[in-house]
Design a protein around this ligand. Sequence first.
Ligand SMILES: CC(C)(COP(=O)(O)OP(=O)(O)OC[C@H]1O[C@@H](n2cnc3c(N)ncnc32)[C@H](O)[C@@H]1OP(=O)(O)O)[C@@H](O)C(=O)NCCC(=O)NCCS
Length: 164
Amino acid sequence: MIELLNSKHERADFDCGKDLLNNYVKTQASQDVKRKLAACFVLAEPTSSLIQGFYTLSNYSIPLHHFPESIQKKLPPSYSSIPISLVGRLAVDKKFQGRGLGKILLIDALKRCFEASLQIGSFAVVVDPIDSEARVFYEQFGFISLPDSGKMFIAMKTLKELFQ
Ligand SMILES: CC(C)(COP(=O)(O)OP(=O)(O)OC[C@H]1O[C@@H](n2cnc3c(N)ncnc32)[C@H](O)[C@@H]1OP(=O)(O)O)[C@@H](O)C(=O)NCCC(=O)NCCS
């Protein structure tokens, strides 16, 4: 079950192979949640509460001129900044990688963003890949590069076809 991070979740030994993300879930995620900077969703082993994987969601915005020209043309120029949903971080513990959990977490994040967009405007879901391998991971789900920031996006309109 994917649920909000809580104090019962066992995170001390979480290791996805990337220190930045390991340290985030161990030391910063709870603070971010308290401060309402991010919501952190966790997939944990039911008996041990050991975190198998997690992702974070936040509201965010991207300058209009960061989007590809084909997209810019379809948006009103008065919007200098475009509201989006940010999957700031996503990781699966090495012990559980390669079993489809990353995909499950990403689809869950996309569905949640799509459902939220029905109530609060959001043009796209944006991810912030940590390295080139992560870019390849997101590309296979249809994410497109935003060259100015290194981030990647998928339009909410595309998700509508999947989730509605
Ligand atoms: C990237 C990551 C989340 C993938 O998690 P996972 O549970 O191993 O991935 P899955 O088993 O769900 O794989 C889903 C698909 O992605 C592919 N994939 C998995 N890891 C990949 C990688 N590093 N690069 C490219 N493709 C990858 C799989 O082959 C699979 O494809 P398939 O459905 O055609 O078989 C995980 O490797 C991880 O936490 N890495 C370190 C942190 C990281 O890079 N986070 C990404 C965003 S910052």
